[in-house]
Design a protein around this ligand. Sequence first.
Ligand code: CMX
Length: 425
Amino acid sequence: MASLQQKMAEIIPAMKDEIKSLVKEHGDKQVDTVTLGQVYGGMRGNKVMVCDTSEVPPDKGLIIRTIPIADLANRLPEEIFYLLCVGKLPDKQDLADLQAEYRKRANVPDYVWKVLEAMPKDSHPMAMLDTAVLVLERESLFRKRYTEGMKKDEYWMPMLEDSLNLLAQLPVIAAGIYRMRFNKGPRIAADANLDWGGNYAHMLGLPDPTGNFKNLMRLYMTLHCDHEGGNVSAHTCHCVASALSDIYYAVSAGLNGLAGPLHGLANQECLDWIIKTIKKFNGAPTEEQLSKFAQETLDSGKVVPGYGHAVLRITDPRFDAFLAFGAKVCPNDPVYQTVARVFKVVPEVLKQVQKIKDPWPNVDAASGCLLYHFGMTEFDYYTVLFSVSRTMGMASQAIISRAWGEPIERPKSLTTAKFKAMVTK
Ligand code: CMX
């Protein structure tokens, strides 16, 4: 057994005992109340899920286990996956072992490419990625072992094996989709000397004479890894996995949610918005012009993409990390400068709209301009990058849920007539 599997095997029994006795001793205690407004308002703020990999306090932003994301920005994504699963950062040997596991498992079956090639040429890259993950379900060790009658205590082990296989293959598939969908030429083979994020950048095939595109990919993969349990992709993955569906079914479902414009697709919308302003004003717009353009966007009934959040009430620390990276590598790029200028004016515009609870930028507001700087101008692809990273969070959450034996999710729904009767009697 390799070290991640070993480490998880060491910590899981205590975690299970803790949850079991917590629920046994305090299972009848109230932890939240639900208002009718929340029922009709997307369950915003209802504390009804468990997620031990990360949390997002509204005034702090993402914390992985106990470490704020800002303190992890220089870590490799492999280290982050280990941290998500185990609760501690890996040492040098643990990291090398995990990287070796990824290398060993990175071969993508031929039938995946055949299915992708058969899809219409103008398919959205997210539809291609989600399809590829679903097609790979054929490989699921969990499903095989479950059919053979494995014991409940062992469920998490093939979930971890499947997750490692999926994570090893995702950058290969995602880079292949980029090259196929945007006519970039044949697929590029992995470089055995590179780390997971660096290899993804390498296989995308964009020119990278300084190595900074690889650094951006490492940062990108680290920053997007997880965002607690209630966001659409994590929640969907969680719900599907609770039926004991394997990780391929569950992650593919979660990624379908990430493809929505109010969630992961916002990064492509955001850069589109920025480029539109640059085109409209023939170059990087002034603060006054941006302020006016933001107001026009609101007046036309659209959202300003990249701003606002269902949970956060501060500037997203992941946005800060991207902005700091841009200040180092491309401070004079007009698209980067526009993003930085938008940050100065848009919160003030959004603050004037009473209903908007969070006028601050989220992660999607800054990532696109950096991709654009390095020559990745195909906006439709951006959410695929987000997906490769977010699979770490979805997979680690699913492995942990299966390890403590989380039951199938089944909240209760009522008709509007029943709710009406409840609140008006
Ligand atoms: N521009 C315009 N209006 C906005 C807004 C924005 N950036 N952010 C919120 N609002 C509006 C909402 O649309 C909502 O209007 P209605 O009541 O008319 O429907 C109102 O303000 C209240 O919304 P809220 O409670 O502040 O925010 P929600 O929790 O409902 O929504 C989010 C959160 C992210 C969907 C919303 O802020 C938004 O649409 N932002 C732009 C899209 C975006 O950047 N999404 C990416 C989020 C990060 C991610 O998940 O990847």
